[in-house]
Design a binder for this molecule. Structure first.
Ligand SMILES: C[S@@+](CC[C@H](N)C(=O)[O-])C[C@H]1O[C@@H](n2cnc3c(N)ncnc32)[C@H](O)[C@@H]1O
Length: 290
């Protein structure tokens, strides 16, 4: 490393591959970062990928303590990532946390067969031997014998629409210690609000909150996440909701982290019922109250 105007810059040594950019942590797989388009083909960061890397580290900062806690408590860990897509989250977690350890498994659940095959091939190429990918819908994975017991950590990053709800169902069925969700757009609540809008407007002023179409969508999304948090609390999880800073390119940057802590919050279920009743969402009871 040398310094140019106070900045640390990597030095290329003649005959060797150029040193990775300073932001790359020691031991990180350069091949993986290229596959994820965080590094360019010639091993550099551009403005976009520098931002992407910052986001990845930011998210990792939330998940690393959960991995640490699980390993300390159990001496092993199983993480299941739902709606994995290209599995960049699973790969980054494996690369940064599990690669140098002898324990810990990551399972990616994804309905698109070509992405599953691609991730499996990449894991083999990188020698990430404790990663598995299943071509299954989230709901079917609940009963899958291909997933071990226990499952410690469940993640779902922008899993489409109700796949986040299915991931919650999975996590509750498997009694996961930690659940990390970045919900995607969920259209179901907004559709139900839309369906009963005229009745709600006739009933009172509250319906002004979702009268305009853009508000119907945004309010629907907010109500969905509130009902999800209450569901988790009704099962004894402590819930933190925060923002995934740096995720400006996405409208969906709400991060929900739930950790199993003990007795359910007493009024969580009653509050869900009250919200469903007040907003005319009783049709969705089975989705959120169980
Ligand atoms: C927007 S992508 C997000 C991918 C990845 N988690 C990320 O953040 O880069 C959502 C992924 O979820 C998958 N998906 C949607 N519904 C699913 C379901 N019910 N079960 C499993 N995968 C699902 C889609 O095929 C898609 O690859």
């Amino acid at each position: 490393m040398s310094r140019v105007r106070g900045k640390r810059v990597p030095v290329a040594v003649a005959g060797q591959a150029p040193a990775p950019p300073a932001e790359i942590r020691p031991g990180q797989s350069i091949e993986l970062l290229k596959e994820l388009h965080i590094l360019t083909r010639d091993g550099k960061l551009n403005q976009d990928s520098r931002r992407k890397l910052k986001q990845v580290y930011h998210l990792y900062g939330f998940i690393e303590p959960l991995l640490d806690e699980t390993l300390a408590a159990r001496g092993d860990l199983t993480l299941v990532d739902h709606g994995a897509g290209k599995s960049y989250l699973g790969f980054i977690l494996y690369d940064l946390f599990l690669k140098e350890r002898a324990v810990g498994h990551v399972h990616g659940i994804e309905t698109r067969a070509e992405l599953v095959a691609r991730s499996q091939a990449l894991a083999e190429r990188l020698g990430f031997g404790r990663m598995r990918f299943l071509n299954l819908p989230v709901l079917e994975s609940i009963a899958s014998r291909e997933l071990p017991d226990p499952v410690d950590i469940v993640t779902a990053l922008h899993a489409c629409d109700t796949a986040t709800d299915d991931a919650i169902r999975f996590a509750l069925a498997r009694d996961a210690r930690h659940i990390v969700l970045v919900p995607c757009c969920q259209a179901e609540v907004a559709a139900t609000l839309r369906q009963h809008k005229q009745t709600a407007l006739a009933r009172g002023a509250l319906a002004e909150l979702w009268r305009h179409p853009i508000h119907t969508r945004e309010f629907g999304s907010l109500v969905t996440n509130v009902l999800r948090c209450l569901l988790l609390e009704s099962h004894g999880y402590q819930v933190n909701v925060t923002e995934l800073i740096g995720w400006e390119h996405s409208m969906k940057n709400e991060l929900i982290i739930a950790s199993r802590r003990g007795p359910p919050r007493g009024n969580a279920r009653a509050r869900q019922e009250e919200i469903l009743g007040a907003l005319g969402l009783e049709d969705l009871r089975a989705r959120f109250v169980y």
